[in-house]
Write a protein that binds this ligand. Structure first.
Ligand SMILES: NC(=O)c1ccc[n+]([C@@H]2O[C@H](COP(=O)([O-])OP(=O)(O)OC[C@H]3O[C@@H](n4cnc5c(N)ncnc54)[C@H](OP(=O)(O)O)[C@@H]3O)[C@@H](O)[C@H]2O)c1
Length: 343
């Protein structure tokens, strides 16, 4: 099968290259770059070595036009939001598009505008787009031609939260404190992201509704528990990759840890990429390089705590995108994806 990656020189594009190079069903890759068409991949991505030799004959980035002409079976758009929908235009209706940006994640145009300060770029496509949170929307992904890969914070927050919300209604707001590695901000020059600024340094940023993911998380929580309201605070921590999320809310009556465990086991016992651990709280090092979301939990009286860890670039982006492709095309869902974290 032939796959195109748009935005190949960015972090999620670079990881998609590696994942697709090792994918048993992908025979050919079109690495599209708007900034480096015709240049050798190894010049800007030396870490690739010879990984792609068999799948990219001349080892060079290609233009968007070349990729359109090649008629790929699947397109991964690893592009900035608000640019993605426009750049993907030639592929809509002709191939399966898996969009890693936010352009199709929020179906309600008013809600999209509340999050992104502008109207959605392609409102006509919002209805057909499927929110690609694999473990929750697997059935819908199977037939979707436009898959909106979820954001990293929404993935890590929603996976533990949704099964618990089905049973326990929050009394008051759901408090979400989340920590992200620096690669979550993309591979770009930004004074606030340079090493000397971020190393041995951490802090909150864009709290509450200022962060665009608040509404993406909240709209999914509301589908399960309509009164859900979020108090979301993201933090930037001195890690290259990794995301840890702590979610807490009060419910009406006392709740046992065993009851939360039951709900999570019921939701995820057959899921290859979800690891539940009642004895240990998840850490980012456990999941680094894997497509897993590890989940822990705790209760005190009527308060429920949920803990999760993902690799923001894998389960939070490129890995989940490949998982979506596997579901969509009927491949083994774990094909090309790592179950184990890196040592
Ligand atoms: N980083 C994460 O952890 C993460 C997690 C979840 C979702 N996402 C989403 O995934 C998408 C890609 O993220 P990323 O971290 O890979 O971003 P990135 O490192 O900044 O890369 C984006 C790439 O898009 C291409 N591009 C094409 N048109 C562009 C334009 N008008 N402006 C800027 N770049 C343009 C560039 O590649 P070429 O020059 O090769 O075309 C650029 O390298 C984003 O929408 C992001 O929100 C990222």
């Amino acid at each position: 099968m032939k796959a195109a990656i748009l935005g190949t020189t960015g972090y999620t594009g670079m990881l998609l290259l590696r994942l697709l190079a090792g994918h048993p069903e992908i025979t050919s890759i079109l690495p599209v770059s708007s900034s480096k068409p015709g240049e050798p991949l190894v010049d800007s991505d030396p870490g690739l070595g010879k990984a792609l030799k068999a799948k990219i004959s001349d080892g060079k980035y290609v233009s968007l036009d070349t990729a359109v002409a090649a008629k790929p079976d699947v397109v991964f758009a690893a592009l900035p939001h608000l640019a993605s929908a426009d750049i993907c235009k030639p592929f809509f209706g002709n191939t399966v598009v898996i969009d890693l940006s936010a352009d199709f994640r929020i179906k309600d145009p008013a809600l999209f505008e509340a999050a992104y300060d502008v109207a959605p770029p392609r409102p006509d496509l919002l209805e057909q787009a499927v929110f690609g949170l694999c473990e929750v929307y697997r059935k819908e992904v199977k037939t979707a031609d436009l898959i909106a890969n979820p954001g990293c914070y929404p993935t890590a927050t929603l996976l533990p939260l949704l099964p618990v919300l089905k049973e326990f209604k929050p009394e008051g707001k759901i408090v979400v404190n989340a920590m992200s590695g620096i690669s979550g901000a993309g591979r770009k020059a930004n004074m606030n992201l340079i090493f000397s600024q971020r190393t041995e340094n951490c802090g909150a940023y864009n709290p509450g509704r200022i962060h665009r993911h608040t509404l993406e998380i909240e709209k999914e929580a509301k589908l399960v528990s309509p009164a859900s309201k979020l108090l979301f605070t993201p933090h930037l921590v001195p890690l290259k990759r990794g995301m840890a999320v702590t979610t807490a809310f009060d419910t009406r009556d006392e709740v046992s840890k065993a009851h939360i465990e039951e709900l999570l086991i019921d939701a995820y016992k057959d899921e290859p990429f979800i690891c539940l651990n009642s004895k240990r709280l998840p850490e980012t090092a456990d999941v680094r390089g894997s497509n897993r979301c590890d989940i822990g939990w705790h209760t005190e009286g009527n308060t429920i705590y949920l803990f999760s860890a993902i690799d923001n670039l894998v389960k939070g982006a490129s890995g989940q995108a490949v998982q979506n492709m596997n579901i969509r095309f009927g491949f083994d869902e774990t094909a090309g994806l790592s179950l184990a974290g890196q040592v």
